[in-house]
Design a protein around this ligand. Sequence first.
Ligand code: FAD
Ligand code: GLY
Length: 387
Amino acid sequence: MRSDILVIGGGIIGLACARELARQGRRVEVVERLHAGSGASIAAAGMLAPLAEVPKPGPFLEACRASRDLWPAWIAELSAETGLSIEYDASGTLLVAHEADEEAHLDKVAHAAAAVGEAAEEIHHDRFREWVPDASPGIRRVLRLLGDHRVDNVQACAVLAAAALAAGVTLNYDVDVERIELLDGGGAEGPGVRIHVRGGAPREADHLVLATGAWSGRIPGLPLLPVRPVRGQALLLQGVEWPWRGCLRSRHGYAVRRGATGLLIGATVEEAGLLAQPTVAGIASLLAFTRHTLPGLDATRLDTLWAGLRPATPDGLPLIGRLPGQPVWIATGHFRNGILLAPWTAREIARQMTGQEPSGEAAGLSPSRFINLPMESEAGSGYTVHS
Ligand code: FAD
Ligand code: GLY
């Protein structure tokens, strides 16, 4: 049966868009090469951190703040739809400085927070030691960003998949899309899109949402999207008993509480192609950050190591919106903020797919900023239009 909308990619972005569109009454099918949330979305740290990640006022910071504000109600909805819970914490983020140049960074972030009316407070050394007893005595200043929260993104992906199913989305795993074909009246039921999948029958739909994360520049049949993988390695410690339940970060890394006694340490930022594997050098750099910032954790159990691929674009901003003149919407390129931006992206894609203008927060995110249409066909790029 032909769907109204095919979503390629079952990461947090594809699942969020699929659920939102199904709730609007569309017949939605997700196709995913692996399993739900098996790409960057489960590798992430789960920080909802507009201030630490985007300390520059503008539409993108507004999109990030709007999405952060959507998260609590989104979790409540997802939990009501599935009976499942998602760990969420709004204690904030402790931005710490050892050196003078790190203090300058704290000043910059505090200034940016004040400029947009976000709360940031200096934390006295004694209070900090109480919250984070394993912290280095060399930390000279701590700024608490009250608006930078966190969520368990692994739980969120699982609950979102269940919520998408409950909303009527068809989830197809182990389906590898090899090529996209734009139909010009030549499809079984008129114009739309056809996807060709490895070892299976093609599928058709009226519209397509491309949410293939770091692989988005690699599916033939669409204009070449300038999305490249940027690897992030992370690790999880277990047995951390701090009173502090939020995030802690410096310019060299971050530590994010997870579960009762977990502490996620991240992350490298590396151009390593599609190799999503932890390396000796990467994990060594995370351990160096841990030993420098949190030396009291030296005897703590190292539980798990992993790596994921962030979808990055040349200007560091996502690609959100329609390919001009085509039944194809792009929702990718979220780089360091795809978990944060998931509810906002779903709302924005649904808004644009119902014919409304892009919101002000989406200014500058249209994929057309990188694509001059029409493009000549070349391997992996260019339209293939069949009539
Ligand atoms: P993905 O989760 O990668 O999903 C894309 C999916 O598409 C994959 O499952 C893939 O299998 C599928 N796919 C690709 N090609 C095909 C095909 N041809 N056919 C079928 N399926 C296909 N963001 C935050 O907001 N906060 C954080 O704290 C944070 N921390 C991070 C830490 C690390 C270590 C990393 C690596 C990333 C972090 N991020 C964070 C970024 C965030 O993880 C990403 O921006 C986000 O997960 C992107 O989601 P996505 O759904 O676009 O991509
Ligand atoms: N947002 C944190 C990261 O991408 O590592």
